[in-house]
Design a protein around this ligand. Structure first.
Ligand SMILES: Nc1ncnc2c1ncn2[C@@H]1O[C@H](COP(=O)(O)OP(=O)(O)OP(=O)(O)O)[C@@H](O)[C@H]1O
Length: 742
């Protein structure tokens, strides 16, 4: 068939597919409109049904709208004559035989589109990439996997999946990540479709597609395990808000919603922790020993007085002695409940003792008989004592009701409290570094607030009385899986260091956590619920997480179903991981699987050569990823005094070549004012992002600012897809001597 005829045929097919999409979209719009017109009766159930229907239909309208570009991008011709068109969603002929018109890229039968090779064609005769602009076909790239037929075909129809890949890689960056469904590579596909259970670590150098793979895996898992995940939700954790904005458009265009995106600073509902603090303080806060420090800080709030305390009741003194308080504290601690939930036991015991004392005095029979007060009198005395402000203040002093925020703020603001709780666990310098006035929360505080919340306990929400049994079943199931996995490896039983699910959460708590509030999506409910147990958790730049954040995330993932992507060579945070085993071993021993990505799709060979020298200083044993392309543009270095002026001039010049990113040291905030929003960034903010052209300013300062300065410079160097320039106010650092002067 001639190329023109093939073009016409594909265009007709594409037009037909868009016709079906239009019909679906019109149907969803109509259903949305009639749902919104409907005024539900008064019951909460009616209202919640209306709300969830309107959420569903408006999601569908958004989803179908996102398919205006790239609805269908591929076609497989199989040996048996079958033809399959592959696209971003599945479409069926709604009349007649319900024939499949378009196959969702996530469907098992679409997999050979990504995996088939001439050596292992898997029944595929020809793979076709269909490139489109809106609703029009612009190019067909055919790859014939039958070698004999390939030899007969003309040169135009060569091996062209590379062409589609290079076209995608050479495209200018927009500041928003795009999906890669059209050109997923085999090593990436294996990770995306890897089974959902267990902890999967994806290690790969910069630009190897870790973020892309993580997001496509989320889309794949939501497609394959839709029912389970739409009930329990998927959490995606990314390093900073700029990064979350960068990836936020990828999932809707993959036709998925209902995923919760968070930075580590946003993992505690109600707190947005963005305040800055020195890296060494964040490092101390991120240590696992802080769990013990906080437990001590809570214990420090459960006081026994040194001397009997004098209270007044009915104009007479009442004495609360240390023995009574000690006994009440022992009984409260004996309940095994967290601080706030054990408090009623303590309060009851203290009140019992006070009531007894008051009754002995008031009801004493002057003739020496039994006490004259009856049970009703005792109840009345108890009520009066409970309402007495002096008694309440004493109880508050001895065993206060605490919020996580109050516990932590009180702790930081009092050097004695810090010394008591952290005495042997931190050095005096470290203890001093924690001391600070009350103020805004930092990202490192979030895991401590979460730990505090666990230690303090929360009252059960009222609705949970009516919690559906199915959620309790789920909790049981998770615990079964967790306990089952415990017995697989006998060695674990013997390893006291290994923190199991049951150590960070118990079955009862877990059931409570699955409280079902029908009208919200799992993501919405999870966003408001600190104790939500997610169906799957994906962490990007996972190497940056501190041990305390890992502890928090493990609580949110009792079934240990996680995908963690990162690169230990890019660890910048002092609290971050030097190895995956260090980060994870405490929770899953050695039961995590590793997948590696080895090809850099972003950074061209010319820039990678410079980055290689820096990586050799970070760790000579680490291998840099293999660049998939070169662009023929040499990176350069320039020595310059007026940095701000030069940056402004280069921003204008480089802007002609696409999106520019300028990476500056943390210690030069004045440089951030040059350029527009998101254009001038620190390494920390540039993590995970990419630009057509990158300028690195004062690399020596970046190296000097942190003990992990070489890791930071490595991250900065690998942000560019094409062009790189380096501006030095002084000498060019030794490690960058490979750069040519401009
Ligand atoms: N199979 C692919 N097809 C097309 N583009 C791809 C493919 N894989 C990766 N890319 C592109 O390569 C670039 C780098 O990908 P990504 O940001 O996911 O890498 P990363 O490993 O997360 O990098 P870093 O560690 O620096 O954050 C992105 O522009 C991405 O779209």
């Amino acid at each position: 068939m001639s190329t023109a005829a093939e073009f016409r045929q594909e265009q007709d097919y594409l037009s037909m597919l868009y016709g079906h999409l239009d019909a679906l979209r019109a149907g969803a719009r109509e259903r949305l409109a009639s749902t919104l017109r409907y005024t539900p009766g008064g019951t909460p159930q009616n209202r919640s049904e209306r709300d969830s229907a309107s959420t569903l239909y408006s999601d569908q309208v958004v989803e179908f709208g996102a398919l205006e570009q790239g609805l269908c991008f591929g076609r497989l011709d199989l040996d048996d004559g079958t033809v399959r068109h592959i696209g971003r969603i599945g479409l069926f002929d709604t009349e007649g035989a319900h024939e499949q018109l378009l196959m969702d890229w996530r469907a098992p039968a679409a997999r050979s589109f990504y995996l088939a090779t001439a050596a292992a064609p898997d029944g595929v005769r020809r793979r076709r990439h269909i490139r489109t602009q809106g609703r029009y076909v612009t190019e067909l790239d055919d790859e014939v996997l039958d070698l004999a037929e390939a030899a007969r075909d003309d040169a135009e129809v060569g091996i062209t999946s590379e062409a589609a890949l290079f076209a995608a890689l050479d495209a200018r960056r927009t500041g928003r990540m795009r999906d890669i469904v059209e050109t997923i590579q085999a090593e990436q596909d294996v990770i995306i479709r890897s089974e959902m259970g267990g902890v999967l670590v994806v290690q790969g150098g910069p630009g190897t597609g870790k973020t892309a793979v993580a997001l496509h895996r989320a889309a794949y898992l939501l497609y394959t395990h839709r029912e389970q995940l739409s009930r329990h939700g998927v959490l995606i954790v990314g390093p900073n808000p700029t990064f979350l904005r960068y990836i936020s458009q990828v999932l809707p265009s993959l036709a998925e919603t209902g995923v919760l995106l968070r930075t580590p600073g946003g993992l505690f509902p109600g707190v947005t922790a963005t305040a800055a603090e020195p890296a060494r303080v964040a490092e101390v806060k991120g240590r696992l020993v802080m769990a013990e420090v906080l437990a001590n800080a809570v214990a420090d709030r459960q006081r026994v007085p040194d001397e009997p305390l004098e209270l007044t009741y009915d104009h007479e003194p009442l004495w609360l002695d240390p023995v009574t308080c000690e006994r009440a504290r022992t009984r409260a601690l004996g309940t095994g409940r967290p601080h706030n939930l054990a408090r009623p036991t303590f309060v009851d015991d203290v009140l019992d003792a006070l009531v007894r004392q008051a009754a002995d005095r008031i009801g004493a029979d002057p003739l020496g008989g039994d006490n004259l007060l009856g049970p009703a009198d005792l109840v009345e005395i108890r009520e009066e004592l409970t309402a007495d402000p002096e008694v309440a203040a004493t109880l508050e002093e001895l065993w206060p009701e605490l919020t996580p925020e109050r516990l932590l703020a009180d702790f930081y603001a009092d050097r004695d409290r810090i010394d008591i709780a952290a005495g042997d666990l931190l050095t005096s310098e470290e203890r001093l570094s924690l001391y600070r006035a009350r103020g805004a929360w930092t990202p490192a505080d979030v895991a401590l607030l979460d730990e505090a919340a666990e230690l303090l306990g929360e009252e059960e929400p009222v609705e949970s009385a009516a919690r559906p049994a199915v959620d309790a079943d789920y909790a049981e199931g998770v615990m079964d899986i967790a306990l089952g996995s415990r017995s697989i490896d006998l060695e674990d039983e013997l390893d006291p260091e290994l923190l199991l699910v049951a150590d960070v959460v118990n079955a009862g708590q877990l059931a409570e956590r699955q409280e079902d509030v029908e009208r919200l999506t799992a993501a919405q409910r999870a966003a408001a619920d600190r104790t939500w147990a997610f169906g799957h958790i994906i962490v990007d730049e996972a190497q940056e997480l501190s041990p305390m954040v890992w502890r928090l995330l493990m609580r949110r993932s009792p079934n240990r179903s996680m995908t963690l992507v990162g690169d230990v060579a890019q660890t910048g945070d002092l609290a971050g991981a030097a190895s995956w085993q260090d980060a994870l071993g405490g929770y899953v021993a050695e039961r995590w699987r590793l997948a590696e990505l080895t090809v850099s799709y972003r950074t061209p060979a010319e820039i990678m050569a410079v980055a290689d020298d820096v990586l050799a200083v970070v760790d000579p044993s680490l291998a840099a990823p293999r660049p998939v392309r070169s662009v023929g543009i040499d990176p350069w270095v320039e020595q310059v005094e007026d940095l701000a002026g030069r940056i402004a001039a280069l921003l204008a010049e480089e802007g002609a070549h696409g999106r520019v990113g300028v990476i500056v040291p943390e210690g030069r905030p004045e440089l951030r004012k040059v350029g527009v929003h998101d254009q001038v960034l620190t390494v920390r903010d540039a993590k995970g992002l990419e630009f057509d052209s990158v300028l690195i300013v004062d690399p020596q300062a970046i190296l000097d600012e942190s003990p992990r300065g070489h890791n930071d410079l490595y991250v900065a160097l690998t942000r560019s897809t094409r062009r790189l320039g380096v501006l030095c106010p002084g000498e060019v650092p030794e490690v960058l001597r490979g750069l040519k002067p401009r």
